[in-house]
Design a protein around this ligand. Structure first.
Ligand code: SF4
Length: 330
């Protein structure tokens, strides 16, 4: 999977680093000093990830947990995201990571104990805080290599008011299924209609496979969330979402879906430039887009409202309660 594996010398003996190296089996690592002296030092074109993707194993220094932007999550409690990895093996054409870092090379951070210490401090002030994984990387896609979830489970079992969200498009749920379901740990999936996912979510598991993974988690008693995000306009938008919601609810127990977020495709100026460079023939460019209230590039307000209302009505008529539905980043 990785052309090269590079590891910081100071963490060679860290148990989480050892676990990653042993899960990578035959890959001999290159020993380096601080990963920041190499990772992204020289611009590496995003699409080189297809042929030449390197992995850095490192210790995250500085801030490990950050407050999310407004309108990121549901409810009134404060929301935070924690940084356990950079970059992703998938290749969604709209992904913000392509304009965010100077390189697509991945980083796994091994000092989860420091992240958990920061969570401990935050929960002293905000006992009901939400912590989200997966802001800079899919939270489960490579979990068979990083295998860190049990550390977080211990923390959230002891802090039942705090909440953990693992956000994914992966079906790599084997390690999750080994854990005990907790009321405050949620596995959440980003879903799109199958034809949209096939066209734009390159290298990800199909929508059908993601619903199948949700079904297994639902049957095992895990709390779930759904992100219908990003929604991309098509002429059969309503029919596609009706089919998606029907398929989902035929396979997943409604009571275990704690929330459904709705968001439309959106880009910063830099990300949009990268998307145009990387995928010049993509139907994503059909738009039409405008520059909106927060300088991001989106569909016009009437189009967004129509998309939100259409999907919200479909959810309500399928029996999802209104208080479980929220708009993301609007
Ligand atoms: S799964 Fe998420 S992080 Fe990975 S490429 Fe797709 S949008 Fe980006």
């Amino acid at each position: 999977m990785f052309s090269k594996v590079l590891i910081e010398k100071d963490i060679l003996d860290h148990p989480n680093a050892q676990k990653i190296l042993s899960n990578l089996k035959n890959q001999e690592p290159i020993i380096i000093d601080d990963f920041q002296n190499y990772w992204g030092k020289v611009k590496k074109p995003y699409l080189q990830k297809r042929e030449n993707l390197n992995l850095f194993i490192a210790k995250k220094k500085g801030q490990l947990i950050k407050q999310t932007p407004d309108a990121y999550g549901s409810g009134k409690a404060p929301h935070f995201y924690f940084i356990h990895a950079y970059n992703c093996i998938y290749e969604c054409e709209y992904c913000f990571l392509q304009g965010y870092f100077n390189t697509p090379d991945m980083v796994f951070f091994v000092n989860h104990e420091d992240i958990i210490k920061e969570m401990e401090e935050i929960t002293k002030i905000h006992p009901e805080a939400w912590f989200h994984a997966g802001e800079f990387s899919d939270s489960l896609a490579l979990n068979h290599i990083t295998d860190e979830l049990d550390l977080y489970w211990d923390f959230f079992e002891k802090h039942p008011q705090a909440k953990l969200e693992l956000r994914t498009k992966s079906v790599n749920i084997k390690n999750v299924l080994k854990l005990r379901p907790l009321e405050n740990t949620l596995v959440t999936f980003s879903l799109s209609p199958q034809n949209i996912s096939k066209e734009f979510d390159l290298k990800t598991p199909s929508t059908k496979a993601r619903i199948n993974a949700l079904s297994k988690l639902s049957d095992s008693g895990f709390q779930l969330g759904i992100h219908l995000d990003p929604m991309i306009y098509s002429s059969s938008f309503k029919d596609e979402y009706e089919e998606l919601i029907n398929n989902l609810l035929e396979n997943v127990k409604k009571e275990q879906i704690q929330y459904v977020s709705l968001g439309v495709v959106r880009y910063t100026k830099d990300v949009y430039k990268e998307v145009r460079n990387n995928y010049p023939d993509s139907n994503l460019h059909a738009g039409p887009y405008i520059k909106s209230f927060d300088e991001k590039i989106r569909y016009s307000k009437p189009t967004r409202n129509w998309m939100f209302n259409t999907v919200k009505d479909l959810l309500l008529s399928s029996g999802i309660k209104e208080e479980k539905i929220y708009l993301c980043m609007e």
